[in-house]
Design a protein around this ligand. Structure first.
Ligand SMILES: *Cc1c(COP(=O)(O)O)cnc(C)c1O
Length: 367
């Protein structure tokens, strides 16, 4: 069987260090926040070229608190795109604000900056560009529009640890950025985790308070806060894993380059990569109109694949109340019906990749 990701092999490669970090936490008993979380916040903020990092329990919480720190609530509108994991839109709902959707660029799958201004109203307060699959959204025009209209930009960097746009890391290109450490992400906890990064001291302070019941001093609650703290064990584990992240990302990039080279000339649609970014390949997605059959055939040969994501948010039953209709975001809808994610993880071997490529080439030759 060829897995889609292989967390077991990764753990085996760092077992001694991870086990020691877990043991240390059991002995210090710093189970929630604590010294390792504080160090990890500094280390991950520096890694992301941001001044501040605030550890939280999930990437979704980082999005939620980032919006709250910007003062967003009922009556406000937040612009994002529908081709994403549902959490991006859910976090907007949590604040009481209304999500306003804008279609994607069909090549990069990230929000189409040329369609943003038409969606801005007097109620618009923020834009959440999603660095989907690990490729940064086109941040220069997005920041230009945001500055012109006085909007906050919160990057959804949950799939893009270490990605770069014009030589700058994602994490502080916008006003704030949200990262996820869900186990399958490029930097994954052994449980749940997330972080909000920013250069803005006020946003840092607000998110830091909100994640821990709105208090800087115990029992002195200044804000209506949440229990969104990052666990000590996850901080200790993530500190170990962060040291390997660049090595792992380079392995992902080499795997993507090898996929590209091996598929060249077959007519297969492989990922489009802007020439001014460092794509970190959380996902390597090809496209085929015959996806269901392809996925079945691959499965039959023991090759796992994934679909990120089969239904754009505006067509999900849970968000029917947004009032969008089929056909309103044609690029997102077409992508959702055609993308197929191939195995992609740092420990993927060339032998495994040869098997996947041979199977996909055979399917492509049959069309
Ligand atoms: C994973 C993910 C999230 C949510 O992160 P969690 O840690 O699972 O809450 C949000 N947005 C995108 C694009 C993601 O991939």
């Amino acid at each position: 069987m060829i897995p889609f990701v292989d967390l077991k092999t990764q753990y085996a490669s760092i077992k001694l260090e991870v086990d020691a970090a877990i043991q240390r936490t059991l002995e210090t008993c710093q189970f929630t926040l604590g010294a390792d979380v504080a160090e990890f916040e500094k280390e991950f903020a520096a890694y992301s070229q941001a001044t501040f990092g605030v550890g939280v329990n999930t990437g979704t919480s980082a999005l939620h608190l980032g919006l709250l720190a910007a003062g967003i609530g009922p009556g406000d509108e937040v612009i994002t795109s529908p081709f994403t994991f549902v959490a991006t839109v859910a976090a907007i709902y949590y604040t009481g604000a209304t999500p306003v959707l804008v279609d994607i660029d069909p090549a990069t799958y990230t929000i189409d900056p040329t369609q943003i201004e038409a969606a801005i109203t007097p109620a618009t307060k923020a834009i959440i560009p999603i660095h989907l699959y690990g490729q940064p959204a086109d941040m220069d025009p997005i920041m230009g529009i945001a500055r012109k209209h006085g909007l906050i930009v919160l990057e959804d960097a949950c799939q893009a640890h270490g990605a770069e746009y014009k030589g700058k890391r994602v994490g502080a290109i916008g006003d704030m950025a949200a990262f996820s450490f869900y186990p399958g992400k490029n930097l994954g906890a052994y449980g749940e985790g997330g972080m909000l990064t920013t250069d803005n001291a006020d946003h840092n302070r607000a998110v830091r308070m909100l994640r821990d019941w709105g208090a800087e001093r115990k029992y002195h609650h200044e804000l209506k806060g949440y229990n969104y703290r990052l666990e000590g064990l996850q901080g200790a584990i993530l500190r170990v894993k962060l040291k390997y992240l660049d090595r792992w990302t380079e392995r992902r990039r080499a795997t993507a380059a090898r996929y590209d080279a091996m598929f060249a000339g077959t007519g297969l649609t492989t990922p489009f990569v802007r020439d001014d970014v460092r794509h970190v390949y959380h996902i390597y997605a090809i496209r085929t109109p015959d996806r269901a059959r392809w996925q079945e055939e691959l499965n039959a040969q023991g090759i796992q694949s994934g679909i990120h994501y089969p239904i754009p948010v505006h067509l999900l039953p849970a968000y029917a109340d947004l009032g969008y209709k089929q056909g309103q975001f044609p690029h997102a809808e077409k992508a959702a019906s055609e993308v197929l994610s191939l195995p992609m993880f740092p420990e993927f071997t060339e032998q495994q990749q040869d098997v996947v490529v041979a199977a996909v080439k055979k399917l492509q030759a049959s069309v």
